[in-house]
Design a protein around this ligand. Structure first.
Ligand code: ATP
Ligand code: MG
Length: 260
């Protein structure tokens, strides 16, 4: 059973003037246990909309979201809450996902409390706030516990957001442009961190990015979105070296030479 299966998902937005926008059209996509799938495509192609649907934050107008074979639409609110803990988001702007009125210690403690009972049995999972902070490279962890989100740098905030996601013992991380807000030096560090987490924990990732170099560094499989549809998907090595679609070829050609 795949970790996540999106089955024929369609989502339509109504703009304030009344016009309808089909942000996602009949998209099917699977993420297996331990697999990283990069969702690439130009701005406005529907990537974030699909990511929010996968996280259960947005209800699709048509199609099903299956978690371990079970449809989100058929779950009780209790089951839904439990599954949401297993699927954790990391967004571009960590500030928005961290409560500004709570120090780091509270943010992590609250996340640790939400972890399902079964997840704590794994030895690769940290048990304390300090361990969590050190696992994302904030050392010594004790130095960060009493700080508030605004007292951290952008890169430190993103690490705390990642630590918070990990605290819940997730099986899938949906990362929506997690590096776009960071400057070049921090991007490398955070990318390495995400890649270490992937190796150590065997998590599934849905990595949303318009940056092909990230997909190349990170993904097992790539799905290419264009105007709400997936126009091409397959192993990263194949799609990123021998794309069959003109749209994918154009995306690849647009990568600055620095990253190639
Ligand atoms: N809340 C909304 N109301 C109306 N239209 C929306 C809404 N959110 C997104 N859209 C539209 O849906 C389409 C897909 O948007 P989405 O944010 O999913 O794109 P994206 O691929 O994530 O783009 P980017 O790379 O810029 O983040 C766009 O045309 C966008 O204008
Ligand atoms: Mg987006």
């Amino acid at each position: 059973m795949p970790l996540l299966a999106l089955d024929a998902i369609t989502h339509i937005f109504r703009r304030s003037g009344g016009a309808l926008v089909t942000a996602v059209r009949d998209v099917s996509l699977v993420v297996e246990e331990g697999e990283t799938v990069a969702l690439v495509g130009e701005s406005g192609s529907g990537k974030s909309t699909l990511g929010r649907i996968a996280l259960g934050l947005l209800r699709p107008d048509a199609g099903r979201v299956l978690i371990g074979g079970k449809s989100l639409g058929e779950m009780s609110s209790r089951e839904l809450r439990r599954e949401r803990v297993a699927f954790q988001p990391i967004f571009q702007d960590a500030t928005a996902s961290l409560n500004p009125r709570r120090p780091v210690r509270d943010l992590l403690r609250q996340a640790l409390r939400q972890r399902p009972a079964g997840a704590t049995e794994s030895t690769s999972i940290e048990r304390s706030e300090v361990e969590l902070l050190e696992s994302v490279g904030l050392r010594p962890g004790s130095a960060y516990l009493e700080r508030y989100p605004h007292e951290l740098s952008g890169g430190q905030r993103q690490r705390v957001a990642i630590a918070r996601a990990l605290a819940m013992g997730p099986r899938l991380i949906v990362a929506d442009e997690p590096l776009s807000g960071a400057d070049v030096s921090i991007r490398g560090q955070v990318l390495n961190l995400l890649s270490d987490i992937k190796k150590e924990r065997g998590l599934g990732y849905l990595m949303i990015t318009h940056d092909i170099s990230i997909a190349r560094a990170f993904a097992d499989r790539v799905a290419v979105m264009c105007q709400g549809e997936i126009v091409e998907q397959g192993p990263a090595t194949l799609v990123l070296t021998e794309p069959t679609q003109d749209y994918t070829k154009r995306l690849l050609a647009a990568v600055p030479r620095l990253f190639q």
